[in-house]
Each structure stands twice: as C-alpha cells, then as structure tokens.
Design a protein. Structure first.
Lengths: 233, 233
C-alpha cells in the first residue's frame, strides 16, 4: 500500500516539535523577570487551547484567512489577562515568537534526513511559512518545500489544505502520506485519499497525558526514525 | 546598504541553472532516436522564446494563472510542428519534464550552501513549486522555502510576485535581495523596494551571446560563490 508513496506531509506542532515545553520556557523567560510566578505549563496549555477556536473562525468563513502568527497573537492577548499579566506591545510581540523557537523532538531531524533520500518532504501544518522556516532553520529540518495553510489559504482539517499540497507537487492523494500525532488530522487526510502515518507523542501535553493511536492509520510509528525504518528509508 | 538584508531571492532559469544545454540535451535524447536531426540549441531557443509571450497572457489577465509546466507544454505543442516533429501524448509529457531535469551552474550549490548560513534562501522564479523542488533535489539547492509565481498567483515581473515573497517571510522589501542574471527582473524588484544582485551568466544563451550587466544592481557578482564572498557568507 505504501510503495506508491512519493511525498510525506508532516504535521508540525506536537508531531515534530515540542510546543508545550518551548512555550512554557519562553513565557518564563519573559514573565519571571517581570515578577510573575505562573504555572508555566498551564499557561502554555491555556494559550494552545485558544488555537482551534481561533482557526474555526477562518474555517467557517467568519473572518478571512490570516497567518497563524496573527491568531497566536490574538490568543495571547486573550489569555494574558486571565493570568493577571499585562505586556507592552514589544514584549507581547516578542513572546508571540515563542512559536518560532520551539525545539524538535530528538528523533525528528535525523528521521527526516533519512526520509528525504526516498521521499519529497513538506510540512503541511497550520503554521505560516515564516514560522515553518524559523523552526526548520533552528532544528535542521530538511524540507523540500513549505506547504500547508498559507499556501492553501485555509486551515486543517479543511480538505483544501491536504489537496493543495498534493496539487503543488503534481501528485495524486494516494501518492502522498500525512504524518501526524493526531487522529483528527489523519482522518481528514484519509478522507481526501492520502495515506496516513501516526507517530506517537506521549509527552505532547506533558507527563501522564498520553493520547492513544487511532485505529485508521496505514502506519503506526514510535518516532520519525521508526517511520523511516518502516518505510525502508 | 546590504547589512540589513535577511533573505535572498533567486531567479532560477539562467541564473542558477543552465536551461539551454539541458533542454537541448533532453530534446536530442527524445527526438534523435525517432530519426530527427535538429539544431538542438536552436530548438531550445525556440521553446524558450515562447516563454515571455505565454506568461504575458496571464500577466495581462487574458487567461487565469496556471503553473509554468502548463505553459511550457502549450509552448512545446506550438514549437514542435515548426521543427517538423510530431509526438504522442506520453512523449510530449516526458519531454516537457526537461525543465525539471536541468543542471545547475557549477558554482550554484556551493554558493547557496555558504549563503544559507547567513540568509534565508528562496527561489522567486516563474517556475511552479514541483519544478523548483525537482531542480533542488537534483542539484542540492538548500532552499528554506519555495516562493515565487505559484505562491503569488502571477508571474514576474509583476510586483505581486516580489512583494508576496517578502510578506511570506514577514520581511520589508529592503530586507530582501533579488538575485538574477537579468536586468528586467532586477529593475522590477528594485521598483518594489528590494535590494538587487546581478550575477553574470555569459553562457546562458550559448557561446558568444553574452548579455551585459545592468547599471542598477546593488551588487554585481561573477557567480553565486562570488556573491557569497561579497556578502561575507
């Protein structure tokens, strides 16, 4: 089933990079010197919890498409007061760049380097192009192209995002495989005709909050390196 | 003037890759076994001569935007009869991929690898994403992102193509430098506020047909490696 696959598309937040630790670390670095002593993990969770509702406004056509950076900033401005924090414009702008400075899981870059020998690789993330470029340069992610929301003009799990990525590479959906740690992303990709690979990320939401693999993936992998091994790359 | 530059945008056909030799070689490989003995360089020139008129139809709004691959194919179908050649659909499709299999000038890949240390690098070409990916994989071009016509939905030298590339990276035009072997490309980029670098490619159109550097470039370089040296990369 997977021998016809020519391109691999990757979810990024959670699947390739550890957003929770990175956002918590950036918040602490910015806010602790200003006298705040928050539960930094809880702050990261609260910021991330605004992610899906903000994108839903775009997906439902209530507001026009905008870069995820813009939504992240709106969400930050919504979340900060709940934690009793006020930031000036420059500091809020800087903290919003926390999402550009996330660290990849240790297996991500070596796994992608192996996979690149056999497959075309692209993020198909809800993150914007500049955000994807920053994460790639920081972590050595060897993308062939940056595809996803900004190229499609909409957010996953809308079909257009997956299908525009296939079209950009002149490939049929069945020649593309979506790789993600999230069942809803894979289910949406599968509904468009893509192959799917689930990568377990038990620590995405912090210790003791593991999610279970979905039943529907063509491949279930423990890491990106394991995915490379299973795909003979 | 160039110390504020954060991203370098590259023209590809002629500037980074040798389209004339590559197209001539592919045409010979496809047509000689079918009994044709053409002037292969003249065939490449004729196919390329249809390039600007075909894009002009899109730029002028007479036809909707489409991938350059589609225009290359239309142009091929227009040029073949002039050389007395008939090809079936599969062969024409295969010959059209000549543009995906061009070789880079020898200084291109090593120069880009050096430049990547200091700058974000992207093609801002009229070529489509899949074509840019194919050339990059073939020649080891270390792009951070594929920008240009397909992301902008129009063709150079329309301002939108240069400006959409800046916007994708969250950069002001003055923080971006267009690199090209063609004065009209650089003049259009400069009119949008970008910095410019001219790279001499005396062999683009074959021996003895050198074009002269434009007066307006911020940098004039003899190669991509020379550009890297001049930018201290």
């Amino acid at each position: 089933m997977t021998t016809s696959v020519k391109a691999l598309f990757f979810d990024v937040f959670g699947t390739l990079v550890d957003w929770r630790s990175g956002v918590a670390r950036a918040a602490e670095a910015m806010l602790a010197p200003r006298g705040h002593a928050l539960d930094w993990g809880a702050f990261a969770d609260a910021w991330r919890a605004e992610y899906q509702p903000a994108m839903a406004e775009v997906r439902d056509g209530r507001i026009p498409f905008c870069k995820l950076d813009v939504l992240h900033r709106k969400n930050l401005d919504r979340v900060l007061p709940r934690f009793g924090v006020t930031l000036d414009e420059a500091a809020a702008r800087e903290l919003n760049l926390a999402w550009h400075r996330l660290d990849a899981w240790p297996d991500t870059a070596p796994g992608l380097v192996r996979l690149k020998r056999r497959f075309v690789l692209a993020p198909v993330s809800n993150g914007n192009i500049s955000l994807m470029v920053a994460l790639a340069r920081r972590n050595g992610l060897p993308w062939d192209a940056i595809l996803g929301s900004e190229v499609a003009g909409d957010f996953k799990p809308k079909p257009r995002v997956y299908l525009s990525a296939c079209e950009a590479l002149d490939l049929a959906p069945a020649e593309c495989m979506m790789v993600a740690a999230h069942g809803n992303d894979l289910a949406a990709a599968a509904a468009c005709g893509l192959r799917t690979a689930f990568v377990a990320r038990p620590l995405e939401h912090g210790p003791g909050r593991e999610t279970r693999p979905p039943a529907a993936a063509d491949i279930v992998a423990a890491s990106i390196e394991d995915l490379a091994a299973q795909l003979d790359a």
